[in-house]
Design a protein around this ligand. Structure first.
Ligand code: URA
Length: 295
């Protein structure tokens, strides 16, 4: 059973990683938190400038929010400071920051190796998956295992090479499991939240025309509520960027094994046709009719 201190720490880390730098505390809780900090169990310094000092008692408005938090909490904008002039330099400085990202490492549930991104940091199309798996960890590159091969196939069908797009993950570390071997698991909310500032900063640097969220984990990490089935097929807005949600390539692999996967593939292809249209990529009649011909 996690103790109250660990739960409080995790809760605060989650809120901090979503961009909050201050919380309102009752005086009694504040005293406890101060004792904790003095014992050395401190939170990392906030990334943003400090606003005005906190009041000691919450205002009526703040109390309302604390007592009735909104059911869905959209991620707050949290852009990390980067160095460099070009997108490649800025991403490189983010990678260096991620290597020693204490907020994620302190969770103790993510593995050591950091896997950041691949592809062109000037791309107009950015794809976001969930987290590195065994093969990605070995090669330190996202989407290079079986799901990655499926993704490469999808891109090829769109007339794109991996090097022409930017590929990233909502969580930069492989989530740990007991007796891990080659097994993988999806990152949980807290694990995603600790990496979200990176993803948001990547989007801010690239300013891609379209983000494709691959699967339910990535879309949830971006604050889109609902199943892939209910979200796919249309564009959503994520802080001013168009997001298309579609099925994760691993889902296509599972469906292929179970029933040939034709329906899932057709749906992904329909989503990708919309992406191609919006990007102004050429679409041949063959591409347009791809699943109409093979059904
Ligand atoms: N699945 C993902 O979501 N990301 C990877 O990098 C690999 C597999």
């Amino acid at each position: 059973m996690p103790n109250a201190t660990a739960l409080l720490r995790d809760h605060l880390l989650l809120r901090q990683s979503k961009g909050e730098s201050h919380v309102l505390l009752r005086p009694s809780v504040l005293q406890k938190a101060t004792r904790l900090k003095n014992r050395g169990s401190h939170l990392p310094e906030p990334m943003t400038e400090s606003p005005a000092p906190l009041p000691t008692t919450p205002s009526a408005e703040a109390r309302q929010i604390l007592e009735h938090p909104p059911a869905s909490s959209k991620p707050h904008v949290c852009i990390l400071p980067t160095n460099g002039n070009t997108n490649a330099e800025k991403i490189a400085s983010l990678v260096a920051m991620a290597e020693t990202w204490e907020v994620a490492r302190q969770l103790g549930s993510l593995r050591e190796t950091m896997v950041f991104s691949a592809g062109d940091p000037n791309a107009r199309l950015m794809l976001i998956g969930e987290a590195p798996g065994a093969e990605e960890e070995r090669q330190r590159e996202p989407f290079v295992g079986p799901a990655g091969q499926k993704l490469t196939e999808i891109l090829k069908a769109m007339g794109l090479e991996r090097s022409q797009v930017y590929i990233s993950n909502i969580c930069k570390f492989r989530p740990a499991i007991e007796n891990q071997g080659n097994s993988n698991r999806a990152p949980n909310d807290l694990e995603m939240a600790t990496c979200l500032p990176f993803v948001m900063t990547e989007i801010d640097i690239l300013r891609p025309q379209i983000v494709v969220a691959l699967g339910a984990t990535a879309s949830k990490g971006l604050g889109l509520e609902g199943s892939v089935g209910s979200l796919r097929g249309r564009f959503h807005d994520f802080q001013g960027t168009a997001v298309m949600v579609t099925y994760h390539p691993s889902y296509l692999l599972r469906e292929e094994k179970m029933n040939g996967g034709m329906e899932a593939k057709r749906q992904v292809w329909e989503d990708m046709l919309q992406v191609m249209e919006r990007l102004g990529l050429p679409i041949s009649q063959k591409q347009r009719n791809f699943f109409k011909l093979t059904r």
